[in-house]
Design a protein around this ligand. Structure first.
Ligand code: Q46
Ligand code: ZN
Ligand code: ZN
Length: 327
């Protein structure tokens, strides 16, 4: 990860990681300190959490969600985990094992929900039955179940492990299209609204690489493989483009996203309040099937449940093979 002779910026001891955007190297102890400080800074700046909150962390078994759970516990927050079994073949089986092991080794509570066991479908089948791309069916399912679990469990905040790379990639996509509605909503805190819990992203100041390093230094095992259904997802291309820019100009990725939050998000928020954007203008009412907030008669989740649970199970390989041939 770093040249042997490099020294920690703080203690001059042997460094384990170089962080070009900070123009510095760090030893294990001071790297962990830097990560904690970045999380505390994000939490403070956006009023994400207090130690009185009951926090639910959505965990996937990957590095970011396990790292954010670990960081919050380390910083003194009360946080339980939530794992949703998406039924994406071996990937889901393996990722569940990592999430369970992390929780049991630390004596933490992990709530588990199985799409197939409790709702009669999985993500590959939902993609086929609804003719959606897998990430769309998956995202609708996860968002609904995260919200429901947080509200049913009496949690005051739902945490996700989205990091700087994730948020910068989404911002890049929204900016390429000048999608003002999405840009106006791209904030690291969404306040609680009727039927929705408060949602926060404490890792917005830390990168994927830093979260992988956090897990290695802290001895956290996580699923390294990407979800097989992510192949072809535009966000991967946006991340690659941003990484190429970052290599040429360290710090660009953080400046792109964090300066958006600082300089552009307030302008968009003011424009939205003034009524120049249609975002949030559609009235929400209760889904006639599950009661969740929706603009239609039944919500997108119930629509997926209805179609996918009636469909014969579709193996992940089949959806991927068809997806590739269409691209
Ligand atoms: S799990 Fe689901 Fe992701 Fe896999 S199907 Fe797409 S959205 S890539 S975070
Ligand atoms: Zn040091
Ligand atoms: Zn519903």
């Amino acid at each position: 990860m770093v040249a042997a002779a490099s020294k920690c910026r703080v203690c001059r001891g042997p460094a384990i990681i170089d962080l070009p955007r900070h123009n510095a190297h760090f030893c294990a102890e001071h790297f962990l300190d830097l990560c904690r400080r970045q999380v505390m800074k994000a939490i403070d700046k956006f009023d994400m959490l207090t130690t009185a909150d009951r926090v639910l962390v959505a965990v996937s078994g990957g590095k970011d969600s396990l790292a954010v759970w670990d960081l919050l516990i380390d910083l003194g927050y009360q946080a339980d985990g939530l794992y949703v079994g998406l039924g994406i073949g071996d990937y889901s089986d393996t990722s569940a094992d990592y999430a369970r092991r992390f929780a049991s080794e630390r004596g933490l509570k992990l709530i588990e929900i199985s799409l197939r066991g409790e709702y009669g479908y999985d993500v590959p089948t939902a993609a086929r039955a609804t003719k959606r791309v897998p990430c769309s069916a998956c995202g609708i399912s996860k968002r609904h179940l995260f919200d429901k679990a947080a509200l049913d469990g009496g949690y005051t905040v739902l945490v996700t492990g989205h990091n700087l790379d994730d948020e910068a990639a989404v911002l890049f996509g929204n900016t390429l299209r000048w999608d003002v509605e999405y840009l106006a909503r791209q904030l690291p805190v969404l306040p609680a609204r009727n039927g929705f819990p408060k949602k926060v992203k404490p890792l917005i100041r830390l990168t994927e690489r830093e979260m992988a390093a956090w897990c290695i230094v802290r001895g956290i095992d996580y699923i390294v493989d990407e979800c097989p259904m992510a192949a072809g997802n535009k966000h991967l291309a946006y991340k690659a483009a941003l990484n190429a820019i970052e290599t040429e100009s360290p710090g660009s990725k953080a400046a792109f996203y964090l300066n958006f939050l600082e300089n552009m998000a307030p302008v968009l928020a003011a424009a939205t309040v003034a009524g120049t954007s249609a975002s949030g203008s559609e009235a929400l009412h209760a889904c006639s099937s599950c009661g969740a907030p929706t603009t239609g008669d039944i919500c997108a989740f119930c629509n997926i449940v209805n179609k996918a649970s009636a469909h014969e199970p579709v193996p992940v390989e089949l959806v991927m093979a068809n997806g590739r041939s269409k691209r």
